[in-house]
Design a protein around this ligand. Structure first.
Ligand code: NOJ
Ligand code: CA
Length: 621
């Protein structure tokens, strides 16, 4: 395993203009106090809720900080990382599931929705985390997994023990098999993680029995939401965590919660469909409409909760991939359902002007016209990291546009190129209206770890496809906090603790050179990715009008993407070669009297040229 042996930092002058603009020139003057003041929690309820333009940081709990030295990240560890997040300038954290779980899908297999997995801590530590975060004006969001639970959940254990047709089985999808002896699955549906969506059980008397449906792995049986028990359990779960101070939820896999009641066979998938993409073509579950009744019910519950608890402003964000269909997003994000829904298209778009614009413009136009907020992200725990994606030799090719975050290309990677593009990408996405979700480690410029040993891999996708698909482990490698390899680069503590006598290996191995990406190494390096993230988030707060939408002046240069956001003009050169700003100004006259606010890469002494793979912000007032 290798990581870049050199520092990931790209020499960059992240410059912010202080002096007034000089007509016709682009000043790149020294420092300017960008750090805007941040609201304190709790907020008062206002027409513009805190989350509309919030920056939310996704904490993948296993891999953030391990406080007790067992090699697995935990809640106490998150508390120690809060100072880093405060300095970064985030408004909230989203915790991936920390509920009791066999961890076969790292928490997305929930065994109990009302507790904390002992490997991560306990409820008292959870409460302490909420309080410590609040002290730093950081809100805490959790992850709710409504489509399925763990096969270790008490309800599923009871269903296995109960008879076909019992109320215990009615909470899930148990069906008789097809074939003379029921030996064939009830239908032809494909699982997201590979293979059939059905697994057969052995009945209490030892005979081969019914089948149960699992959209993901066999350890994740799907709930049947037409069962009132399921509805009631999730209602009390939401309230349970709101009462502990949780300010919202990211809702997992909402696109597959509904199912056509008769569970008919899915039509054949289009020819050439990748193994990992077959499930997405099943019209009898993907975007099946019945689920929306439940999201409306959740929203009523939340609205009532807020009314009963003045000062609370809760947010829900739904996870639904809607390639090229911003209209589908509106089915989720609206005043009666979710407050937000991720706009994933930009994350998956190739690095080229036409595709970037073709993913931003329709989403912005469709959602804004409906008054729905935008929710951007460039990384998450299910997707190859941006530095690697943008470093692919085909990253600027249309052929790389799979529109599915689980379908990767296997082309060679140039990490230096990927890093410089990822720098431009964060400057681009941070300038868009709406909220921004970050995934831990992107602020350090971590690449995907592509060469994890086979024996270290843990993702069910890897196992369910017999290794044909590498899965998502490579973006989940524990974070490097220091350069010290004896503490797993600061991920685990240096000294022994009561519960663990010595630092052990992290649950997923870190590659050599990982310490070069550490927080410690980047902390005081002005050219580092970390410094760029801090500056971009700070500039976003200080310079962008949250109510300003996007305007698109026509760009005459094929490599230049350009938009106005209020008084700020964002110019991205996605090509390798520098571009003369005079050419860009031809179609955006206001640029001629602008001053440079920031640049993702050095503009050296000649701001009349925009280097390749660089994003700049200009202020016209
Ligand atoms: C989406 C989550 O982000 C992913 O990590 C998980 O494996 C599936 N949903 C199943 O819960
Ligand atoms: Ca631990």
């Amino acid at each position: 395993m290798t990581a870049s042996p050199t520092s990931p930092a790209v020499a960059g002058s992240l410059s912010v203009a202080g002096p007034p603009a000089v007509a016709g020139s682009f000043s790149v003057a020294g420092s300017f106090p960008l750090a805007g003041s941040r609201a304190t929690v709790p907020p008062t309820a206002t027409a513009s809720a805190w989350w509309r333009d919030a920056v939310v940081y996704q904490v993948y709990i296993r891999s953030f900080v391990d406080a007790n030295g067992d090699g697995i990240g935990d809640l106490a560890g998150i508390i120690t990382g809060l100072d880093h997040l405060e300095a970064l300038g985030v408004d909230a954290i989203w915790l991936t599931p920390c509920y009791p779980s066999p961890q076969l899908d790292h928490g997305y297999d929930v065994a109990d929705y009302f507790a904390v997995d002992p490997v991560y801590g306990d409820l008292a530590t959870f409460d302490r985390l909420v309080a410590e975060a609040r002290r730093r004006s950081i809100r805490v969001l959790m992850d709710v997994v409504p489509n399925h639970c763990s096969s270790e959940h008490a309800w599923f254990r009871a269903a296995l023990d109960a008879a076909p047709g019992s109320p215990e089985r009615a909470r899930f999808y148990f069906r008789d098999g097809r074939g003379r002896l029921g030996e064939l699955p009830p239908n032809n549906w494909r699982s997201v993680f590979g293979g059939s969506t059905w697994t057969r059980v052995t009945e209490a008397d030892g005979s081969p029995g019914q089948w149960y449906l699992h959209t993901f792995s066999p350890w994740q049986p799907d709930f049947d939401w037409s069962c009132p028990d399921v509805v009631a359990m999730f209602r009390s779960m939401l309230t349970f965590w709101f009462d502990r101070g949780v300010e919202g939820f990211r809702a997992d896999a909402v696109a597959v919660v509904g199912k056509a009641p008769e569970l008919p066979d899915a039509p054949p998938v289009p020819e050439g469909t990748a193994e990992n993409d077959a499930w997405a073509h099943n019209p009898y579950t993907v975007f099946w409409p019945t689920a929306h009744d439940h999201w409306r019910d959740w929203r009523r519950l939340i609205d009532d909760y807020e009314a009963a608890n003045p000062g609370r402003e809760i947010v829900t964000v739904s996870e639904a991939y809607t390639p090229d269909r911003p209209d589908l997003l509106l089915r989720f994000v609206n005043p009666e359902q979710f407050h937000q829904s991720f706009c994933f298209d930009l994350m998956l778009a190739p690095w080229r002007v036409d595709t970037l614009r073709a993913t931003i413009e329709p989403v912005e136009a469709t959602l804004s016209a409906a008054g729905a907020p935008l929710t951007w992200t460039m990384n998450n725990h299910d997707t190859q990291r941006a530095v690697t994606r943008y470093g692919r030799s085909d990253a600027a090719e249309l052929s790389s546009w799979t529109k599915n975050n689980l379908v990767y290309t296997g082309t060679p990677v140039d990490l230096a190129l990927g890093t410089v593009r990822a720098r431009a990408a964060i400057a681009l996405v941070a300038a868009l209206p709406g909220s921004l979700y970050l995934f831990q480690g992107e602020e350090l410029g971590l690449p995907e770890v592509l060469d994890l040993p086979m024996g270290a891999r843990q993702d069910p996708i890897f196992f369910r496809t017999d290794g044909r698909e590498p899965g998502r482990d490579g973006c989940r490698v524990p974070l490097p906090w220091s350069a010290d390899p004896t503490t797993s680069y600061g991920f685990s503590p240096a000294t022994s603790t009561a519960t663990s006598p010595a630092t052990v290996s992290p649950w997923m191995p870190q590659p050599g050179g990982w310490g070069n990406y550490s927080v410690e190494q980047q902390h005081d390096a002005p050219e580092s990715m970390l410094a760029l993230y801090r500056s971009v988030l700070s500039a976003r707060r200080a310079c962008l009008d949250p109510d300003a939408g996007l305007e698109w002046p026509t760009s005459t240069h094929p490599d230049v993407l350009m938009f106005h956001r209020g008084d700020v003009t964002v110019v991205v050169n996605v090509g390798a070669d520098e571009v003369m700003m005079a050419d860009v100004c031809a179609t955006a006259p206001r640029l001629a009297s602008s001053r440079l606010l920031l640049s993702s890469s050095p503009v050296h002494d000649d701001p009349t040229r925009l280097p390749g793979n660089t994003c700049c912000w200009f202020a016209s007032s």
